[in-house]
Each structure stands twice: as structure tokens, then as C-alpha cells.
Design a protein around this ligand. Structure first.
Ligand code: HGY
Ligand code: MN
Ligand code: MN
Length: 421
């Protein structure tokens, strides 16, 4: 097939370009949160690249950028290819974005060859996967899957701006969120390419991996309340200080997860002492807990155990505590038929098709409610992610794009999906 650009390498270069202003909200680091000017800049540029590649691009009702490349017959169901375009604070350039730019490369190769498939291909840049602005994550893929609750519009960001207000400021109608939902018959399958964000592929000297399943996750917010007081005059024995209670709770979470199975992990990624001053004993401490495991029952048992421990710690110290569930995402197995196609596609690039589970969450776990999914992992340096040191090679990105193209062709040649439908 004729190619007049460096497939994969160009996708990487595009992520590099989007790693700085105006595609980032902050100088010297990448922060691209949902519905910010940096998000808008990324959508404008991606839309330009999509149109250049032969996709007809639109912003859907949830703020996702969707580019469509028609199949042999107009209006055919679509293979969705994509990932998210938002980032965590001081994140890496490839987490999410690479899955979008690779999708554009794949379509451009098809388009330049005049290749039309028995299905349409749509490249999607989901707006919010990380939940780095509002407390819940994957709002945009949930909207596409038709599983989002319109109450999300009431969530507020750190500045007190509601999701509804952010939608309106971005030029979107918050009352129309549900219109982003796709009908099952419109969508054939979803393919997400993503950096591994872990060290397995590098350790085995492999460029690509095929994901078997995505781990279940829960997000909880904890608030421990005591009595604010003067840091100099209140003797240690007479304090009601939630700070040390929060420290005990963190240690308890670590102990519970270290002793667990099924890839159980627990993280306190955000902690705030209120009101927050050198010379004030905090009146309250709030912190987040992110708990994941490949098996939902294991995750849930850990969440119950830490909740009971936090209540006991607070009671012993004369404090009060509340644990609020912010979000629960079910474990998501990838589709066996598509996974087999993806394995064959990876093998076609000369890479052994290594299967592995994903501890990270991905849009695919939510889109699985809409259609069968497959996920391709790309090796990243040192397994490092959610960090500006995230790195991939051009050669690995080129292999990923070729595996994606091979997958598309194998899907076109196969009628296994229709048979199993
Ligand atoms: O949190 C996650 O696993 C993903 O990176 N959003
Ligand atoms: Mn991420
Ligand atoms: Mn990601």
C-alpha cells in the first residue's frame, strides 16, 4: 500500500507537538484537562489532521471529536478507533493522545490507497478519560456508550465551576449530553491503542502487547474531621487532629493492598489539610483513594476493609470520618474474537503477540458496554507514565500502526463478528 509519510512516527511527532502550549494549560509541563482552552486547541488541530487524512470530522454532544471515513457503502456500521485527548497534571505526551494520532495515520494510509472497507472507520478523541478536572472519569466515553448519568452535570471542578457551566462555556449544550450515545447497530467494534504504562513489554524486549482485560477500579473520597486549633498552644494529648489519623489510614490502605491478590493496588493521590496553614491544627483532612483489582470482589473487599479501618481509627482518636464512593468501574474483558484478530495482526508485524492484562483504566472498559473491544499496548520507556518522562520510540509506533492496519484488514476479511452477533 502506498505511503507518503512515516506512519506511526508522524503520530508520535504529533503527540510531541501537542505536549506544550497552546495544547497545555501550563508553561513547562503538559496539563490538558477537559473543556479548557488547551483541549479546544487540541481539538482544532486534530480536526485539521483528520480532514487532511480523509475523515469527515465533527464534535459530538459530549465534546468528543469524531472523524468518519466511510466504507464501501455509505452509512455502514463503524469500527471505532481512538482514545482520550485529556491528560493528568504534569502528564506525559502519549497517554491517550497516541491512540488518536495512530488512528489518523491508519485512516490516511487507507484513504491514500483508495481502500474502502465493508465498514466505516471512525477515529475518536474522547474529551475526558482521566477525570483530572472533575471528580468522575470517562465521562465522554460513557456518554458515547449511553451509560452516563446526566447528574454528572452537577459535578464541580476545583474552582467551583460545574460541568454544565464548563459545557456552556465551551459552546456545548449541557442538556444534550445524552445525544452523544451511539446506537449498538451503528458501531461494529472499538480498537484502542495505548502505551502500556507499565514495564512488562520492555522487560521482555517486546514492542507490542495485546490486552486481555482491564482491571476494575473504585474512586473514593475520605473526610476525617477533628477540631481546628492553635499549633503552638494546644498540647499534643488534647488535640483532635485528623492529620495523624489520615496517615494511619494511608498505612492501612498500603497494608491491605500489599496483602491482597488479583493485582490489588491502592493509591492516595490527593490529600488536603483544611484550612491548610503551618500554624493551624487542621479541622479536617480530605484524601482520595483509588483501589483496583482484576477481580471486582477483591477490589470491593479491599474497599470495605479500608472503610472499616478508617472508621475505627477515627473512633479511637475521637474524630468523625466519612468515606464517599465517587465512581466504580467494572472489570472489562476484551472480546475474545477481536483479541485473536489483533494477535494475528501483531504477529504479521513480526512481533510475538504477548497477552497481558491492563491495571490502568481505559475508554475501552466503558465502550465495552456498547460493542466488542480490543486493545493494543505499545512499549513505553521504563514503564513510566503519568509523568513527563513518558517516552516511546518511532519504531514501536510504526509497528503499532502496522498492527492496527493489519487488524482492520483482518476484520474486513472476517465475518466472525456478524456470525457471533
Ligand atoms: O487512571 C487510569 O488508569 C487512567 O490512566 N486514566
Ligand atoms: Mn492516564
Ligand atoms: Mn490513558
Amino acid at each position: 500500500m502506498a505511503e507518503a509519510f512515516d506512519i506511526g512516527a508522524r503520530a508520535k511527532a504529533r503527540c510531541d507537538l501537542m505536549g506544550a502550549a497552546p495544547y497545555s494549560e501550563a508553561e513547562g509541563m503538559l496539563v490538558r484537562r477537559f473543556l479548557t482552552p488547551a483541549h479546544k486547541a487540541a481539538l482544532d488541530t486534530l480536526k485539521f489532521w483528520m480532514e487532511e487524512a480523509g475523515l469527515a470530522a465533527r464534535i459530538d454532544a459530549a465534546g468528543n471529536l469524531v472523524g468518519r471515513y466511510e466504507g464501501a457503502a455509505p452509512g455502514a456500521p463503524a469500527l471505532l478507533i481512538g482514545s482520550h485527548i485529556d491528560s493528568v497534571r504534569n502528564g506525559g505526551r502519549y497517554d491517550g493522545a497516541l491512540g488518536v494520532t495512530l488512528g489518523i495515520d491508519v485512516v490516511e494510509v487507507l484513504n491514500r490507497a483508495g481502500r474502502r472497507l465493508p465498514f466505516a472507520v471512525e477515529v475518536v478523541a474522547f474529551g475526558d478519560e482521566e477525570g483530572s478536572r472533575f471528580p468522575a472519569s470517562m465521562t465522554c466515553s460513557r456518554a458515547v456508550a449511553g451509560t452516563v448519568d446526566v447528574q454528572v452535570m452537577e459535578m464541580v471542578d476545583g474552582d467551583g465551576v460545574s460541568l454544565a457551566e464548563a459545557f456552556a462555556a465551551f459552546g456545548l449544550d449541557p442538556t444534550r449530553l445524552e445525544e452523544a450515545a451511539r446506537k449498538p447497530g451503528e458501531v461494529l467494534a472499538f480498537l484502542e491503542a495505548h502505551i502500556e504504562q507499565g514495564p512488562v513489554l520492555e522487560a521482555e524486549d517486546l514492542a507490542l502487547g495485546v490486552v486481555t482485560a482491564i482491571a476494575a477500579q473504585k474512586r473514593l473520597m475520605v473526610r476525617i474531621e477533628g477540631v481546628a486549633g492553635h499549633a503552638g498552644t494546644t498540647p499534643m494529648a488534647l488535640r483532635k487532629d485528623p492529620g495523624p489519623a489520615a496517615a494511619e489510614a494511608m498505612l492501612a490502605l498500603e497494608r491491605i493492598c500489599r496483602g491482597g491478590c488479583d493485582g490489588l493496588v491502592g493509591t492516595v493521590g490527593r490529600m488536603t489539610a483544611l484550612p491548610g496553614a503551618f500554624n493551624v491544627i487542621p479541622g479536617a483532612v480530605e484524601f482520595s483513594m483509588d483501589i483496583r483489582a482484576e477481580v471486582e470482589a477483591t477490589r470491593d473487599a479491599a474497599a470495605e476493609a479500608i472503610t472499616a479501618e478508617i472508621e475505627a481509627i477515627a473512633a479511637r482518636r475521637g474524630l468523625s470520618a466519612s468515606v464517599t464512593l465517587m465512581q466504580a468501574l467494572a472489570a472489562s474483558p476484551c472480546d475474545p474474537g477481536l483479541t485473536a484478530l489483533l494477535e494475528a495482526a501483531v504477529a504479521e508485524t513480526g512481533q510475538p503477540p504477548r497477552r497481558l492484562p491492563s491495571g490502568a483504566g481505559h475508554d475501552a472498559m466503558v465502550i465495552a458496554d456498547l460493542c466488542p473491544t480490543a486493545m493494543l499496548f505499545i512499549r513505553c520507556e521504563g514503564g513510566i507514565s503519568h509523568n513527563p518522562r513518558e517516552a516511546v520510540t518511532e519504531a514501536d509506533c510504526a509497528l503499532a500502526a502496522r498492527a492496527m492496519l493489519a487488524f482492520v484488514e483482518r476484520l474486513a476479511a472476517s465475518n466472525s463478528l456478524q456470525r457471533s452477533a
